[in-house]
Design a protein around this ligand. Structure first.
Ligand SMILES: [Zn+2]
Length: 109
C-alpha cells in the first residue's frame, strides 16, 4: 500500500464533507473553522478526540492580534481556549470522546 499522501485530494474530500472516505484512507482531519457555539467540535491541544463543547466565555481579548478569546467546556470536563487565530474547528472525522457521548446520552431522554 502506498504511503504517499494526496493532500489536494484530502482537501477536496473535506470541502465535500466526505469524511468516511478520509477514514478509509487512514487519514484523520478536522473540518474548517466553525462559528458554532456548541456541539461536537475539535479544539486545538485537546488530544485525539472531538469533544461535545459549549462556549462559556467570549469576553476576553487575547495578546498580539489573537483577537477575541473564547473559553470552552466539554461535557466530560475538558476545557479549551480558542482565539481568532487559533479557532475551534468542525470535527471532521475525528473520533468522538466516549465520556462526552455517555454524558450526552444520560442528558437526553
Ligand atoms: Zn470529551
Amino acid at each position: 500500500m502506498s504511503t504517499e499522501h494526496d493532500f489536494s485530494l484530502y482537501i477536496q474530500l473535506i470541502a465535500e464533507r466526505r469524511f468516511e472516505e478520509l477514514a478509509v484512507r487512514g487519514v484523520t482531519m478536522s473540518g474548517g473553522p466553525t462559528e458554532a457555539l456548541k456541539g461536537w467540535l475539535r479544539a486545538p491541544l485537546t488530544g485525539m478526540r472531538a469533544h461535545y463543547f459549549k462556549q462559556v466565555r467570549a469576553d476576553m481579548i487575547g495578546p498580539d492580534g489573537h483577537g477575541r478569546l473564547r473559553l470552552w467546556e466539554a461535557m466530560c470536563g475538558v476545557e479549551a481556549v480558542t482565539s481568532d487565530r487559533v479557532p475551534m474547528f468542525e470535527p471532521g472525522n475525528w473520533p468522538q470522546c466516549q465520556r462526552c457521548q455517555q454524558k450526552l446520552r444520560r442528558k437526553r431522554p
